[in-house]
Design a protein around this ligand. Structure first.
Ligand SMILES: Cc1cc2nc3c(=O)[nH]c(=O)nc-3n(C[C@H](O)[C@H](O)[C@H](O)COP(=O)(O)OP(=O)(O)OC[C@H]3O[C@@H](n4cnc5c(N)ncnc54)[C@H](O)[C@@H]3O)c2cc1C
Length: 636
């Protein structure tokens, strides 16, 4: 009976007898060998982004990239070096070294009864070791990384636990609730909102619940094209396992090498191929979340139900504040037979936006279409590795073709990268239509190679921030979504605001650029990169955050959203109440109060800690008053 309803399972199920043909194929249940070991620091940098062996570095004044995992590995980047010199008026200093792992760590706050019970009655693996706590004390915001490098964290987690399944999470949550220990669910640690950074004023023991050991594929149903994974599975592991079975979920956020399924659900993530597969909220069929008040989940895996509110949506975007997501049922699709890259060149960003708008209007988006402004286009070109003489000649001819024959000004030129997926006929039809629309806005094809490079560079670009900081440049991205009629104005106004804020802070060497990364019927997602030379600035992160704060005010004033996919975390909690209205914020707090009455989960995300505390106190007073009234009524 339970199998018919696709009940999410906890134990690895017994294989069904030979010859039975179950659509719900539990024979495929398996532990997934992850590329990321339990001791994360063995494969990943403790002080920044990505794999230990992959890094930008300077050699004889030239920026290079090392490592074997990316196409830029082993390349010298002379054009990028020149770009950095011109933009930031600085020479790459190869003698600077990256920070060393600290020798001592903040003493852990220990809740003895909790620890005793954890050791006594549960089998859950745990660690109080400094390095295990340190590598899980942060996400990837500029402040996180800067604090890490300068040993500025007052609070890091006091304990790390590695539950292996739903039932162990249930045990842990019960214990933490009983002993009033703060729990912070931790997936891949790629948060860019401060969501997994410890609240620095927290006095209780902070326990990071690392989901990495909950990464089994529990079942696959080929008939329904649904799959159930535990929440700790890492994006690239999930896709690898499915690819071997001829399937894909198709969810590819730029962080998917390291981020997890649970993290995607908890932050309402968006993948670059959402036009074909949907964002995470479109892919989730069913999700299971353990809270101190019980497990929240929908009863069945039916495709749609008219039984609202949809509690999947309470879980999606909850940022670890309501409980631990343990298992998720997702839609899968057969792998596309053809995948093809493309690119388009436009004379300026305005024409590019008009093109994007028409593509959305006609609902003919390829799997991915991204439009870069001129600054980002130039930056992308600069990242090309050193070329052979012949390749340089070809580039010169191409440039001449664009400027002379097409009459395009290189100071305004911009480009879109494209990714098509489907069967060959479908892809050819899509390409023809996209090229036809582009031509209406003076766009023309720029070649598949440029498109492919654009997408592959996405993963390498994430490594630049650490190198930049190392050289004295602070940088970070921020994003928003906005209705079409305000899209172009928002891009202009935000860039202008950042420029004027830089002038106010006497910053003369900076970069601010944007791209349109997602399109919808009603609007688009805009992604900004901002960085400045910070060598002479006493508090670079403080200044960066002040400027980013102004940029966000400008975004909101232009009709943009608080976030399209990065989430709120602690970084944007200041605006949460306004974004959802007082009523919305009270409703969220009531849900939080019901599911997590002792406020043990992810304190400070979404609503600032103080506001959440006040709501809790008000609720406690209200309960006390109503109890008194009920008692008085009972007497009457
Ligand atoms: C270089 C880079 C590129 C990025 N690109 C994208 C992108 O294209 N699209 C996008 O959407 N985001 C992107 N992000 C942001 C980030 O990767 C996403 O927010 C991602 O979904 C976080 O997943 P994670 O597993 O790393 O979660 P973590 O960073 O570990 O946690 C994030 C939040 O989710 C909560 N959480 C994690 N797991 C669980 C769980 N099992 N149960 C309950 N709560 C949980 C945490 O408590 C925290 O509040 C990017 C970040 C970086 C650094």
């Amino acid at each position: 009976m339970s199998i018919k309803r696709n009940t999410v399972t906890t134990q690895i199920p017994e294989p069904p007898p030979e010859g039975t043909s179950l659509a719900l194929d539990t024979r495929l249940s398996r532990h997934v060998e992850s590329v990321i070991p339990k001791k994360r620091q063995e494969a990943l940098k403790w002080y920044g982004w990505g794999y230990n062996d992959s890094q930008f570095y300077g050699q004889q004044g030239v920026i290079c990239f090392k490592g074997t995992k990316y196409p830029l590995g082993g390349c010298e980047l002379p054009t990028f070096t020149k770009w950095v010199q011109t933009k930031f008026d600085m020479i790459v200093d190869p003698t600077k070294s990256y920070p060393q792992l600290p020798q001592s760590y903040p003493k852990p706050v220990q809740n003895a009864p909790f620890l005793n019970e954890l050791r006594g009655v549960s089998q859950v693996e745990h660690s109080l070791e400094g390095v295990d706590r340190l590598v899980r004390c942060h996400g990837q915001t500029l402040r996180d990384i800067y604090s890490l490098w300068h040993n500025k964290f007052r609070r890091i987690p006091d304990l790390v636990v590695w539950p292996r399944c739903h039932d162990e999470v249930v045990q842990l949550v019960r214990l933490a609730h009983k002993h009033n220990v703060m729990l912070l669910p931790y997936g891949g640690g790629t948060s860019v909102s401060g969501a997994i950074t410890c609240p620095q004023a927290e006095e209780r023991m902070i326990c990071v619940l690392d989901t990495s050991q909950m990464n089994r594929m529990l079942w696959l149903n080929r008939q329904n094209l649904t799959v159930c994974f535990e929440a700790g599975v890492v994006g690239q592991d999930l896709e690898r396992v499915l690819r071997e079975l001829g399937l894909t979920v198709g969810h590819e956020p730029d962080s998917y090498e390291f981020s997890t399924l649970g993290g995607w659900v908890a932050t309402r993530a968006s993948g670059m191929k959402k036009n074909v597969y949907g964002n995470i909220e479109d892919l989730v069929v069913r999700v299971r979340m353990v809270t101190p008040s019980g497990t929240l989940e929908r009863e069945c895996s039916a495709p749609r139900v008219s039984c609202g509110p949809d509690f999947n949506h309470i879980i999606l975007g909850s940022e670890g504040t309501l409980g631990v997501i343990t298992e998720v049922v997702l839609k899968v699709r057969p792998l596309p037979p053809v995948q093809r890259y493309g690119s388009l060149v436009f004379p300026d960003f305005e024409q590019g936006i008009r093109f994007m708008r028409e593509v959305a209007l006609r609902r003919c988006q390829p799997a991915s279409v991204r439009l870069m402004d001129n600054e980002q286009f130039v930056f992308g070109q600069a990242l090309k590795p050193e070329k052979s003489w012949l390749a340089s000649c070809v580039d010169a001819v191409k440039q001449r073709y664009v400027t002379s024959w097409k009459g395009i000004d290189l100071a305004h030129i911009c480009a879109a990268t494209l990714l098509f997926e489907g069967d060959l006929k479908d892809v050819q039809r899509q390409e023809a239509l996209i090229n036809e629309i582009a031509a209406r806005y003076k766009g023309f094809p720029g070649g598949g190679q440029n498109g492919e490079r654009g997408y592959l560079f996405t993963f390498v670009i994430a490594y630049i921030r650490d190198f930049a900081m190392h050289q004295g440049i602070v940088a970070e991205s921020f994003e928003t979504s906005v209705p079409w009629d305000r899209c172009s104005m928002l891009c202009r106004c935000v860039k202008q605001r950042v420029v004027s804020e830089c002038h106010k802070h006497n910053i003369s060497h900076y970069t601010i650029s944007c791209r349109v990364t997602q399109t919808y019927d009603a609007g688009a997602c805009i992604y900004f990169y901002f960085g400045f030379r910070s060598l002479a600035i006493a508090d670079p992160v403080g200044v960066f955050e002040a400027i980013e704060h102004s940029a966000r005010e400008e975004i909101l004033a232009c009709g943009g959203s608080l976030s399209h996919h990065h989430g709120v975390g602690k970084l944007r909690s200041h605006w949460y109440r306004n974004a959802v209205t007082d009523t919305g914020s009270a409703l969220y707090s009531a849900a939080k109060q019901h599911l997590d009455p002792r406020n043990i989960f992810a304190v400070g995300n979404l609503l600032p800690s103080k506001e959440q505390q006040q709501v809790g106190e008000q609720a406690a007073t209200a309960t006390a008053t109503s109890t008194t009234v009920t008692a008085a009524q009972a007497k009457l």
